[in-house]
Ligand binder design. Structure first.
Ligand SMILES: [Zn+2]
Length: 137
C-alpha cells in the first residue's frame, strides 16, 4: 500500500561512478554540482578551494568573544606565538600582525608598570611596618 514517491534525481554521476542522488535540481535536471551550465568539476574544485580557504580563515581568526582579555604574561606569550605562526604561514597579513603585536606589547608594558608599582607599594608598606616595629621596640 505504501508506494514510494520517487522524486526526480540528478542525472549526473559522482566522481566514484555512482549516480548522483541529489534531489535539489535546477531547471537543467542536474544538481548544482553537475549542472553543465553552472556546475561541473572545475566549478566544484573552485568551490572546494574557496571552502578550504574560508575554513583556514576561520581556524586562524578569532571571534571577538573568543579573544579573552590577556591576564598573564603566559597568555601574551601564547598569543604572540599564534601570531608568529599565522604570519609565517601567510594567514595573517603584515598589517594585522603589526596591529596585534603592538596591542600585546602595550598590554605587557602596562602590565609590567602595574606589577612594578605593586612591588614598590608592597616594599613601601613593608618598610613602614618595620619602621613602626623598630619605633615601638
Ligand atoms: Zn548531481
Amino acid at each position: 500500500m505504501t508506494g514510494s514517491i520517487t522524486k526526480p534525481k540528478c542525472m549526473g554521476t559522482k566522481v566514484n561512478g555512482d549516480p548522483c542522488s541529489s534531489i535539489i535540481l535546477g531547471e537543467s535536471g542536474y544538481c548544482i554540482a553537475h549542472d553543465p551550465e553552472t556546475g561541473g568539476p572545475d566549478r566544484m574544485r573552485e568551490m572546494g578551494r574557496k571552502g578550504l580557504e574560508a575554513q583556514k580563515a576561520v581556524r586562524i581568526g578569532f571571534t571577538f568573544a573568543e579573544l579573552i582579555p590577556l591576564k598573564t604574561y603566559e597568555d601574551a606569550k601564547e598569543r604572540l606565538d599564534v601570531i608568529s605562526r599565522a604570519a609565517m604561514s601567510g594567514l595573517l597579513d603584515d598589517k594585522a600582525c603589526n596591529a596585534a603585536i603592538r596591542a600585546i606589547s602595550e598590554w605587557v608594558k602596562t602590565e609590567s608598570e602595574a606589577a612594578t608599582k605593586h612591588v614598590v607599594e608592597t616594599l613601601a608598606k613593608e618598610i613602614d611596618r618595620v619602621k613602626r616595629q623598630i619605633g615601638a621596640a
